[in-house]
Design a protein around this ligand. Structure first.
Ligand code: ATP
Ligand code: MG
Length: 249
């Protein structure tokens, strides 16, 4: 048991969820390493949703509401960390979930689907009958009616190659990635540099606020957005935090 007053309670509890995910067979062991890399960047950005992350989350919500065929991609870390929250977002923006794994086995795909369904997911794409061009066979598998024809895909913690392949297919890729230097962060149209545990509830909150807006008003929110600026602000945040920390000694 991790005591609630432990200074790193939130971070340690998140780690526990990933460990649980591995025990349940829904998260890969490589997922542990990905989480560790994410934690390191979260530490550097101050473990909070910054102003630029909140802006990207709002733009992402608007973009998902505007999309004709939005899909939310779910991997083993997402399924372990935010199963209930991702289902809620999926319902709010009418974007079905699709399990999409980097270290893909059909057994793990099925387990994640069952876990999400038990948690209440109703709207899911569960076939793997199409291939994303330009990727190795297993990593390329997607649903013909899902990610394959989606116009907008939310990919929390996506691998850089697949992010690029989806963008090359003409899709709007929205990534959640704490590392502003990753290839995923660099190739997405909208990069949310925030922990998935904060990002998904934030996008839902914005989606609830924006749901009543007209098409034009939503487009206005998306229009002025500049992703290069988001990444540069994220890197600047890290620089500022490091400078202020180094000044302490
Ligand atoms: P690239 O995008 O350059 O190909 P990668 O995808 O190979 O890098 P991984 O470490 O495999 O890099 O991917 C995990 C990514 O997810 C890392 O960039 C990490 O910062 C990010 N990440 C891990 N856990 C979280 C989390 N809880 N919330 C948000 N981002 C996270
Ligand atoms: Mg990545």
């Amino acid at each position: 048991m991790i005591p609630k007053n432990h200074p790193r309670y939130e971070s340690l509890m998140t780690r526990e969820l990933i460990v649980e995910g591995i025990k349940k067979g829904i998260t890969s062991t490589q997922g542990l390493i990905a989480q560790g890399r994410g934690e390191a960047f979260d530490y550097l950005i101050g473990e909070k949703s910054t102003q630029y992350a909140l802006l990207a989350e709002k733009v992402a919500a608007a973009k998902l509401l505007l999309a004709k065929k939005p899909v939310i991609s779910v991997n083993g870390n997402v399924a372990a960390l935010v199963p209930v929250e991702i289902i809620k977002l999926s319902e709010l923006v009418n974007a079905p979930l699709e399990v999409n794994l980097f270290h893909r086995t059909q057994e793990r795909v099925n387990k994640i689907i069952r876990n999400l369904q038990t948690a209440g997911a109703k709207n899911m794409f569960t076939n793997s009958d199409a291939l994303i061009p330009g990727l190795g066979h297993e990593r390329a598998k997607v649903d013909t009616n899902g990610i394959f024809i989606a116009d907008t895909v939310l990919v929390p913690l996506e691998d850089g190659d697949r992010c690029k392949a989806l963008a090359d297919m003409g899709k709007t890729v929205i990534a959640i990635d704490l590392n502003p230097l990753s290839r995923t962060a660099q190739c997405a149209a909208i990069t949310i540099v925030d922990n998935i545990t904060r990002a998904v509830p934030n996008i839902s909150k914005f989606a609830q606020e924006l749901r009543g807006l007209e098409h034009e008003e939503l487009q206005e929110i998306v229009r002025g957005y500049n992703n290069k600026q988001t990444l540069s602000l994220a890197i600047n945040e890290i620089r500022k935090n490091l400078e202020s920390l180094s000044g302490r000694f």
